[in-house]
Design a protein around this ligand. Sequence first.
Ligand code: 5GP
Ligand code: ZN
Length: 114
Amino acid sequence: MSDCLFCKIVSGEIPADIVHQDKDCVAFRDINPQSPTHVLIVPRKHIPTLNELEADDAPLVGRLVLVAQKIAQDDEVDQDGYRLVWNCQEGAGQSVFHIHLHLLGGRKFTWPPG
Ligand code: 5GP
Ligand code: ZN
């Protein structure tokens, strides 16, 4: 997708603070962090929202979660606790329409999230 911000970060057209990349995904620090660790794990494949996920994407989604687990360990937030968030559609807070998993850690989180 030529006009997608996260496709441009994935391709290297727009710079980001990348913490992990592999054949399936790129992970980089959020430009407006909501916690000391705030990383976005983004598939290389352009999928606008979770609503467009298909059965064949199941391994990809699992891979993104395992990458989040690894980054949580690298940032040493895994033992104190971290939160993984998917926002789907504007009503849930999605502002970039290329799916991404938020990894948030390094502070206390409340539940329910509000
Ligand atoms: P959403 O609101 O769609 O769930 O999350 C999008 C996230 O992307 C936001 O937390 C926002 O701060 C982040 N973001 C938006 N533009 C950029 C950018 O150019 N670079 C980086 N690293 N993060 C961005
Ligand atoms: Zn995209």
